[in-house]
Design a protein around this ligand. Structure first.
Ligand SMILES: Cc1ncc(C[n+]2csc(CCOP(=O)(O)OP(=O)(O)O)c2C)c(N)n1
Length: 245
């Protein structure tokens, strides 16, 4: 019988799901490990794990790992990559981690053109801690810390990381993708591959933002979240390649 599918080598055998049903994290972990397999780099990869739901990736990803304190993943990745330039290094971070407490580390690493890859999982909320407002929460969205909806006068506007980083000269690759449907999963995988190839070619900082969902904290069914991502969230966070030099 012909084998048509197998688990990527970077996923633990018998890994038990820690992510909520319908969460795109599982798909992102799958994409990332498949790409690493295709590049034959599983034994030469180190991922820097951010906090929150991203931290659950440690139960899936069977490769060298460093757990970063909240927001510090890009600083750790910078140091590790400089010490081990032959290693494929990526951070795996949520929006609270990367765009709030870790904003300075993210921008500074990007501005220095550090040669690693950021996988940014933007679900518009602080997922693991109970659905608090994140820097990427849409205007008007009710969260546990904005019960009347995000109000720009009080809370500011959603932060657009790809657009922000595109203002810098150094970053080599910047893209925003989603896993809300199959064609986009394919495009997302191509973007991750390109980002890792840029890193392996020594081109510098690469950044792939995934616009994702959070069925648990959005209070929607998984299918409803996919419609919401496509119909609403992508209007605020348009997909595409912002930089590919
Ligand atoms: C210094 C510090 N402050 C607060 C926390 C608590 N904390 C853990 S996860 C998290 C939110 C993470 O949100 P996000 O990065 O969006 O990840 P998600 O859970 O949505 O994937 C917070 C505030 C912490 N771990 N460290």
């Amino acid at each position: 019988m012909e084998k048509i599918y197998s688990r990527a080598s970077g996923i633990f055998e018998g890994a038990v799901s820690g992510f909520c049903p319908g969460c795109m994290h599982s798909t992102i972990c799958k994409i990332v490990t498949q790409v690493i397999d295709e590049l034959n780099m599983t034994d030469h990869t180190c991922f820097i794990q951010g906090v929150g739901c991203c931290g659950l990736s440690i139960t899936y990803l069977d490769m060298d790992t460093i757990s970063a304190p909240h927001g510090r993943a890009c600083a750790i990745a910078s140091a590790f990559k400089r010490c081990a330039p032959e290693t494929l290094v990526f951070t795996y971070q949520g929006d609270g981690d990367l765009a709030s407490i870790g904003l300075a580390e993210t921008i500074s690493a990007a501005n220095r053109g550090e040669n690693f890859t950021v996988i940014f999982v933007n679900n518009g909320t602080y997922g693991m801690t109970g659905g608090q407002m994140a820097p990427t929460t849409l205007v008007g969205t009710k969260t546990t810390t904005s019960p009347y909806g995000r109000d720009p006068g009080e809370h500011g506007y959603p932060i657009h990381m790809c657009e922000l980083l595109s203002q810098l000269s150094a970053p080599a690759y910047i893209a925003r993708v989603t896993c809300a449907d199959v064609p986009n999963v394919r495009k997302a995988k191509a973007a991750v591959k390109k980002a890792f190839e840029y890193q392996l070619a020594g081109k510098g900082f690469s950044f792939v933002e995934f616009v994702t969902n959070c069925p648990t904290n959005w209070g929607m069914s998984p299918l409803e979240t996919l419609d919401y991502v496509r119909d609403t969230v992508l209007n605020e966070f348009p997909l595409g390649e912002f930089r590919a030099k």
